[in-house]
Structure formats: structure tokens, C-alpha cells
Design a protein around this ligand. Sequence first.
Ligand code: AMP
Length: 215
Amino acid sequence: MKQRVVLLGPPASGKGTQASLLGATFGIPHTSTGEMLRRERAAGTSLGIEADTYTRQGFLFPDHLALTVVEQWVDDRERFLLDGFPRTLSQAQAFDRMLLDRARPLDVVYLLALSDAEVRRRMLGRLTCESCGAVYNSEFHKITADSPCPKCTGHLARRSDDTEEALDHRLSQYHELTTPVATYYRDLGLLKTIDVSPGRDEVFKTLYADMREAA
Ligand code: AMP
């Protein structure tokens, strides 16, 4: 079974959803750098405040912020699922050194592939619960921002970076900065590309079957 996994992909490709499903199924701790920094922001820490100045405009936050939170989180974990990290080549290289120091190499990197047109469609319909963090799609789940969260009845809202303007930046940053990360892992023989257009359940089946196999 694979134990140390990275999920890469454009915004709204379902990295977070698949990471939580896989984490719950295999009992592997998972996190995302975006979520960690949103929590830091909510707690009012300087890390979170610095990150927010970039993310609200759709820009990646500086590498040192991502590396600080990941290093603390990975620390002595034997198994992990990371979503949305690394997002730049220098993050990937620093992460490799971090894992090498701990003698815990990555087992696999899944690239969740989705066209830009589909990314736009999904992102502009995305709603997040302000209380429990659950993520919905207004079309798929047939809900609006006025509906209560189906899980906890909390308030649903669009993320501050799910706007048309921020989306343009997020997509161009993805192509410019994160595509080289996929190439890097492809060259290391770790990358597996999964077409996510068939939808959440199909993608989960594919990932589940692959995760069960030996690294
Ligand atoms: P996410 O929740 O993964 O969609 O991330 C939200 C935003 O946080 C992204 O659009 C980026 O601006 C920023 N972000 C998340 N992870 C990273 C990272 N590893 N490096 C730089 N910026 C990141």
C-alpha cells in the first residue's frame, strides 16, 4: 500500500475531496497548505495574515510559508496525504530534502488533470461551509449560498479567492509554476496522471485501486 502521497492538480480538480476520502479510507493523515494557512489566518497569526495578502488576489503565497507549515505537520509522520503542496519547483526540491533527512521518500504523486474550461465552471459554483469547511458545488449538490450546510447547518459562502479575477491568476500561476512540479516528479518516475472529468466517485475508485498496490 502507498503511504506517502502528494495530490497535484489545478484549482477545483477535487484534490481536497479525494484527499479526505482516501485519508478516511486508508487511515492516513491528510492536510492541505491552503487549508493550513486559512486556519492560521482565522487565528490571526502573522503567517496567516501574510499568506492572505497573496491568496485573496489569486497568487501563490511565498515558498517559506508553505515549507514552514508543512515541515511542522510532516515532522515525524510515517504516512501522509498532502493536497496542494508542493506547488513550485523549489518547494518540491526542499520537500525532497526534508523527506530524505527523515528517510521517508514519497511513494506516488497523483496529478488530477482537468481542462481550464471545466476548472472555471467548477470553481465559480463552489460553496464552502464557514463552520465545518465542507465543500459543495451548487450545480452538483443543487444548493445555493442561501442553503444551510447539509452536514452541520452552518453558513455557506464562496471562498474569497473563488472569483473570476482571482481565478485568472490562479490558473496562470498553476500553468507557470506548478506544471514544472509535475514534470519534476514525472522525471523521478513518481507521477501518475488521472483524468478527473468522469467525476468524484470514478476518480476515487481509480485512486483507491492504485493506493492499495505496493509502492
Ligand atoms: P487551495 O485551498 O489548495 O485551493 O489553496 C488556496 C490558495 O492558497 C491557492 O490558490 C494559493 O494561492 C495558496 N496556496 C496553497 N498552497 C500553496 C503552496 N503550497 N504554495 C503557495 N501557495 C499556496
